[in-house]
Ligand binder design. Structure first.
Ligand SMILES: [Zn+2]
Length: 442
């Protein structure tokens, strides 16, 4: 399919789209047929109760930049935590306003309630066409496959995240385009506006879409453009071996790397991932700590590598000490772009976070009495359990019918234990009421 993609030219003025507030068309059929069942007012209230949860790994959308400023440059944006099922993100936007997905950073301005589902796709499948034009094109953000549930409302603007450090100066905002991929065609559209972290398009029609750069420069200059990038460093550990990644803030690469590392028994270490501005085409040196070895010592930022094979440095520690200094430095000008100190606590804390399944089961059973009394935000927990198909809507109604929260909580706990689904309840609790879980685990 990739070979048959055709490049279109810029198609239209985004202000003159034929269908204002176009509905994304089909319902999301693949693995997303269950949206928590219809956008009823009651469900919308549930979503508005959702709190930002503690992620299993860093939410790159929350990171700002020394040069461009804080990531939250839309003070009116309301952060919404998506409900995830397999690879599909669901955002139920309860009323008119601007909403930002807490995990991916994508924003939607809506005029009414809207239910949006999206997945993160990989640019890999479409790289042939982009590579053919690599002297004049570069990927600049994640690729989204967005769909709206029919009859749920209108999107008046979408704000696609990008990771180019615009204020560093090498890139002009006129070089940003929105790339649509639809029916084997690749079409570039001029955005309505570009800011430090997003590229906006008013009254969008949804398809596979993401941000790219299209350079209009003389040929020799185009081959040597160093794109300043909002990047992050992720660190994984298994015993005395560490994997260090430096990558653009692209949640799709992050997810693929995270899944691969976890599958291989490596655990993510929660250290501040934010880097100073990092440039493509430059080498960055991972400095070995005194008690360790690093291979390879030099890494380059990749924008569109196969995520599973994303390059990393392996750090091997000959002996574990209490304070391990890690540093990433620009080879060209010796600027330190990231540094961190690993302390014993970091490793200890991490082990607690990654609880084995049996511990989750023990947690619910051991804390039955405390949970009966203290579970407060039941609605988002119930919604998570419906989406995970642990309980049905009818069962949720049965639980909600009780007037006293103690009775409601007991009804839920008893039902979950009977269904042998305590792990799912633990995960839903951790997502929606992390403070309660943490306090009971202390
Ligand atoms: Zn920046």
């Amino acid at each position: 399919m990739t070979s048959s993609l055709l490049f279109g030219t810029e198609v239209r003025n985004p202000f003159q789209l034929p269908a204002r507030g176009h509905r994304g068309g089909d319902d999301d059929s693949s693995d997303s047929d269950d949206d928590g069942t219809g956008a009823t007012g009651r469900k919308l209230e549930w979503f508005s109760l959702q709190k930002e949860h503690i992620a299993d790994f860093p939410q790159v959308s929350a990171m700002g930049c020394d040069i461009c400023g804080p990531a939250n440059n839309f003070p009116d944006a309301i952060e919404i935590t998506p409900v995830k099922k397999k690879r599909t993100y669901r955002l139920l936007l309860p009323h008119q306003g601007l909403f930002r997905c807490s995990e991916t950073g994508i924003q939607f301005r809506v005029t009414t309630q809207v239910l949006i589902c999206f997945t993160l796709d990989s640019w890999d499948k479409y790289m042939d066409e982009i590579l053919e034009n690599r002297s004049e094109m570069a990927i600049a953000g994640p690729l989204f496959n967005i769909k709206m549930k029919q009859n749920t409302g209108e999107v008046s603007a979408v704000y696609l995240p990008h990771y180019v450090c615009l204020k560093a100066g090498n890139i002009d905002s006129s070089e940003f385009k929105i790339c649509h991929i639809k029916d084997d065609n690749m079409i570039l559209e001029t955005p309505t506006s570009v800011d430090s972290f997003h590229v906006a398009l008013k009254y969008p029609s949804f398809s596979l879409m993401g941000v790219i750069l299209k350079f209009v420069r003389n040929v020799s200059e185009m081959f040597h453009i160093k794109i300043p990038t909002h990047a992050c460093v992720f660190l994984y550990r298994r015993s005395k071996t560490f994997h260090l990644y430096i990558m653009p803030r692209d949640p799709s690469i992050k997810q693929a790397v995270h899944a691969k590392e976890q599958m291989n028994g490596f655990q993510w270490i929660d250290k501040p991932p934010q880097t100073k501005t990092v440039y493509t085409q430059l080498k960055y040196i991972v400095e070995p700590p005194p008690e360790g070895k690093v291979k390879p010592e030099s890494l380059m930022l990749q924008y569109n590598d196969n995520s599973q094979l994303y390059p990393y440095s392996e750090i091997y520690l000959m002996k574990m000490t209490s304070n391990i200094q890690l540093k990433v430095t620009s080879k060209e000008d010796k600027t330190v772009v990231w540094e961190s100190e690993l302390r014993e606590d970091d490793l200890q804390e991490h082990q607690i976070k990654q609880k084995p399944v049996s511990d989750k089961e023990d947690f619910i059973r051991k804390n039955y009495a405390a949970l009966s009394k203290r579970m407060g935000l039941l609605n988002p927990i119930l919604l998570d359990l419906i989406v995970a198909k642990v309980i049905t809507e009818h069962e949720e109604e049965e639980i909600s019918r009780h007037r006293l929260s103690l009775v409601k909580n007991r009804a839920l706990l008893d039902m979950i234990i009977k269904k042998n689904a305590v792990r799912e309840l633990y995960d839903a609790l951790k997502r929606n009421d992390p403070h309660l879980v943490n306090s009971l685990e202390e």
